[in-house]
Ligand binder design. Structure first.
Ligand code: PGA
Length: 248
């Protein structure tokens, strides 16, 4: 059975006080869930929230890490620092980092290796722009993002990768992929993984959908057989919305 996961990506939102309040109200409303629930919060909040969530079923994620473990990289934070705080996951390859920080597949592959070396699990984001979808290259592009970033991993290592399919045109735009479009891409991603690692490994990998996922569409999306949960941006900033997505 694949793990079902709902991860909230707070991005650069909420100061520490607001973050503690949001985390507490999620904790108060969260009944035991059969889904893994993850909060990807700003770096500055991780150690405080790590204390808050102790003993609960919530897990923490970092939103990025550097590709080296230590050294003269002013302003950067390393995977080993996250592991040391009790963080379990790191988001890598998010389209906002690809766009604004010019991260390419080559760099993201190095970050994946560094994260895995510290026993962090990786939520690896892939997805096409609207232009790429309209040009009909979206399946090939997403396959390339997967091949270039995770295909060097061995069968054990790949099991620590969670894929998040996030069509760039759906992120923060209010426009969601239809459940058909999302399911179709998730099947494609699983078959790409199966072509290298075999069906059994591919069937064990969780593939999340992200991009304007909200309480009103989460159930429809999550009911698709290859959608194993979501990476939630805007709707994770409100406890009621986030809880309702977890319950979907
Ligand atoms: P959104 O963001 O839910 O606000 O579209 C998703 C994401 O970027 O992970």
């Amino acid at each position: 059975m694949r793990k079902e996961i709902v991860a909230g990506n707070w991005k650069m939102n909420k100061n520490l006080q607001q973050g503690k309040e949001l985390c507490n109200s999620i904790l108060n409303q969260l009944e035991t869930s059969n889904k893994e629930v993850i909060l990807a919060v700003p770096f500055t909040h991780l150690s405080v929230l790590a204390e808050l969530i102790k003993g609960s079923c919530l897990k923490l994620a970092a939103q990025n890490c550097h590709h080296e473990l230590s050294g003269a990289y002013t302003g950067e934070i390393s995977a080993s620092m996250f592991a040391n705080l009790g963080v379990d996951y790191v988001i890598l390859g998010h389209s906002e980092r690809r766009e604004y920080n010019k991260e390419d597949n080559d760099l993201i592959r190095k970050k994946v290796d560094t994260a895995l070396s510290q026993n962090l699990k990786v939520i690896y984001c892939c997805g096409e722009t609207l232009y790429e979808r309209r040009s009909g290259v979206h399946f090939d592009l997403v396959a390339k993002q997967i091949i270039e970033v995770v295909f060097h991993l061995n069968t054990q290592e790949i099991k620590n990768i969670i894929i998040a399919y996030e069509p760039v045109w759906a992120i923060g735009t209010g426009e969601t992929a239809t459940s058909f479009q999302a399911q179709e891409m998730h099947v494609h991603i699983r078959s790409v993984i199966a072509s290298k690692y075999g069906g059994e490994v591919a069937n064990g990998i969780s593939i999340l959908y992200g991009g304007s996922c909200k309480p009103s569409n989460a159930q429809e999306l999550f009911s698709q057989s290859d959608i194993d949960g979501g990476l939630i941006g805007g709707s994770s900033l409100n406890a009621e919305d986030f809880i309702s997505i977890i319950k979907a």
